[in-house]
Design a protein around this ligand. Structure first.
Ligand code: HEM
Length: 474
């Protein structure tokens, strides 16, 4: 009896200690100034993480999490999610403030593992003039003119991939992932699409990519630890390639080549090796999963919307019919696909691959009458912007004709806006247009299973990798 009393006291003591700890952590996590922002902080320590995560990987994504709270609290509300206090906001005014980032008002808000994996020199960790300078350096090779020289490589790669699709079950996400990684590997450092170097590159990349948003424990056995090791290996590989270029045994007109050229010049555009490597990794990480997801959603939405698929096929069949028989897609054709461009935008709107854009307040400012304080994490809910019924009637319908006329600014943010707008937009559009052309001219397809679940990863993708059965059109 006495022993059980002791037990009760110990348990009660533990409960009190945990409650005190929770109260302490919460008090630390929620600065007093946040009292002025409406919203719920959820449970001690975990906050609203559970409902955020479960909504995040639901078919509708964080839309219902946001929508429910916006109805209750308005366009600006606070929450405590994944160990961080956050302010969520949406709408044109918030987009303008957060995305233009005028006068250094905000910086990009990368979480800890992302910072470590990409490295301190990454474009994503630069602000102000340093950010502008890096953007200038990567702009030229990623411009429409700069990409022209990769067109043939991408087109051949797509033809080869689709040659292999006839009459079989295809996991769209896997195929798209291989395709986009080969494209970006070639564009950045002229990596051949097959062979030992490609295999190594793919293995390292996959490990790094899955560590990007992992838990921040750098101890053996964790995804973060494996990611940092793979990063070292990837950098050894880049060191070897850079060394070959420097002694002139392997001159290439690729992205790395253009950086090395600038590296050696006298102007102020010199980059150190560490800067080059961090930014090559940044482009790989930022460009691979996003484009892979876009291609996968595209196949899904087209399969579910026969009228849009018919109109798209009509555009591509017409392009094909005007061509001499036996010849393939050309650069001028790929730059003149008006309906395809609308299909791409509608895919990015409906899927909203990156559901929110995160910033850190670099000074105090106001959004919709609420004071935001320096240091807070302020997040733009893009899903709600893309599903605003005032702008997009019947917002859950897939309808490319929404993009027939230009939209008001900040209504569609598929590639972001302002100084941090996606620098890979032309490459992504080029890859997607080539992929679409060969897909719709050659095949019809149907999904093998009905499952709308979404991966619980930063970039939204179908969880089942979207398996389809493919048949030739004729
Ligand atoms: C369909 C494919 C893609 C989508 C939907 C996409 C979307 C986006 C969005 C929305 C942003 C801005 C995020 C923010 O403001 O917080 C962004 C930034 C970025 N994207 Fe993309 N992207 C795609 C493809 C690519 C490709 C192919 C590359 C590289 C070759 C790339 C490289 C980057 C980089 C480096 C940034 C950061 C820019 C900066 O901070 O200045 N993206 N992307």
């Amino acid at each position: 009896m006495e022993l059980s009393m002791v037990g009760v006291v110990i348990v009660a003591g533990l409960v009190l200690a945990v409650a005190a700890m929770a109260a302490f952590l919460r008090a630390k996590a929620f600065p007093k100034e946040m009292d002025g922002i409406p919203g719920s902080l959820g449970w001690p320590i975990i906050g609203e993480s559970f409902s955020f995560i479960s909504e995040f990987s639901s078919p509708a994504g964080i839309f219902s999490f946001m929508n429910e709270r916006q109805k209750r609290y308005g366009k600006v509300f606070k929450s405590y999610v994944l160990g961080r206090y956050m302010v969520f906001t949406t709408g044109r005014e918030a987009s303008k403030i957060l995305l233009t980032g005028k006068d250094g008002m905000v910086s990009l808000n990368l979480f800890y593992t992302g910072q470590k994996v990409l490295g301190p020199n990454s474009l994503l960790q630069q602000n102000g003039e340093d950010h502008k300078r890096l953007r200038r350096l990567i702009a030229e090779p990623l411009s429409i003119d700069g990409l022209k020289k990769y067109f043939q490589f991408i087109n051949n790669l797509a033809i080869e991939m689709f040659d292999d699709w006839a009459g079989r079950k295809v996991l769209v996400l896997e195929e798209a992932s291989t395709f986009t990684l080969k494209v970006i590997g070639n564009m950045i450092m002229s990596l051949e699409p097959t062979g030992e170097e490609q295999e190594k590159f793919r293995d390292y990349f996959k490990i790094i990519s899955s560590s990007f948003a992992s838990l921040p424990f750098n101890i053996p056995g964790t995804a973060f630890y494996r990611g940092m090791k793979a990063r070292d290996k990837m950098f050894e590989m880049l060191d070897a390639i850079i060394a070959r270029r420097r002694i002139g045994s392997d001159l290439q007109q690729d992205f790395l080549g253009s950086l090395i050229k600038k590296h050696g010049s006298d102007d102020d555009e010199k980059l150190t090796d560490a800067q080059m490597k961090d930014n090559i990794l940044t482009l790989l990480i930022a460009g691979h999963d996003t484009t892979t997801a876009a291609l996968t959603w595209l196949v899904k939405f087209l399969g579910e919307n026969p009228a849009a698929l018919d109109s798209l096929r009509e555009e591509h069949m017409e392009i094909q019919s005007k061509r001499e028989s036996g010849s393939s897609l050309t650069w001028s054709e790929v730059n003149n696909m008006p309906y395809t461009a609308k299909v791409v935008s509608e895919t990015l709107r409906r899927a909203t691959i990156l559901p929110w854009y995160s910033r850190k307040a670099a000074q105090d400012f106001e959004i919709n009458g609420h004071s935001i304080k320096k240091g807070w994490s302020v997040n733009l809910d893009v899903v709600s912007i893309h599903h605003d019924p005032q702008v997009f009637v019947d917002p859950h319908k897939f309808d490319p004709s929404r993009f027939d006329d230009p939209l008001r600014s900040y209504s569609f943010l598929g590639f972001g806006s302002g100084p941090r707008m996606c620098p890979g937009i032309n490459l992504a559009k080029l890859e997607i247009s080539i992929f679409i052309h060969h897909l719709v001219c050659r095949y019809k397809w149907k999904p093998i299973e009905k499952d709308d679940s979404v991966q619980p990863t930063l970039v939204r993708m179908p969880k089942n990798k979207y398996p389809i059965l493919v048949e030739p059109l004729h």
